[in-house]
Design a protein around this ligand. Sequence first.
Ligand code: ADP
Ligand code: AMP
Length: 222
Amino acid sequence: MSNAPVLILLGPPGAGKGTQARMLEEDFGLVQLSTGDMLRAAVAAGTEAGRRAKSVMEAGQLVSDEIVLAILKDRMAQPDMARGIILDGFPRTDGQAAALDALLAANGQKVTAAVSLEVDDEAMVGRVSGRYACGSCGEGYHDQFKQPAHAGTCDKCGGAAFKRRADDNAETVRERLKAYHAQTAPLIAYYEGKGVLARIDAMGPIAEVRQALSSIVGQVAA
Ligand code: ADP
Ligand code: AMP
């Protein structure tokens, strides 16, 4: 039995899940688990799962539950999970939510809180199209909304090489938004039914969203 918090960030692509999860790591010592990052690492490493996931991700569709769950289970078996986790981009389907409940129950745990980042679809196209990240440490930036303090140098690690995701283009974002509404948004009601849902307005600036999220997380992970 573990009392470590299990937090879920729900929201469409571009809502700010990754940005806020990294801040929660800093603020509360929790561990970010991004299935998107894990899948991109599998694609880059050329593993069998990565080879199967690549074209699905490029098309903006959801990778099969089987592949995603296999990757997540491996990661959740690592000892640092005892610090508490922030799930970013997982679960995304009913099947993943049920599998997560079963995985946690086997360890005497359950979802502590699921926070829905509430945003407008149209703004998400701009957020995702302007997204880039440090090639060394992965710190996220945006052409307009979050620029490094010194142009061309990462605030976190001083790195000078940046990368953009292959799927961060306007066309694919629209596919990803469709997949979100069809397959993932219903999970908001699922967690509401369990009494663990919180909603926050995530249309404001990054610092405001961080404050709203911190006050919720502070109640369960202080
Ligand atoms: P997600 O992980 O939900 O797909 P990200 O955290 O990667 O979203 O954010 C998408 C892009 O929008 C990034 O470039 C990030 O810097 C920027 N961003 C995140 N939150 C906000 C916000 N509240 N206002 C404006 N831009 C934001
Ligand atoms: P993200 O980094 O969360 O924006 O995810 C990028 C892409 O990875 C998605 O568009 C999906 O193709 C895939 N992906 C990430 N997480 C999942 C998941 N939990 N279930 C299915 N596909 C996922």
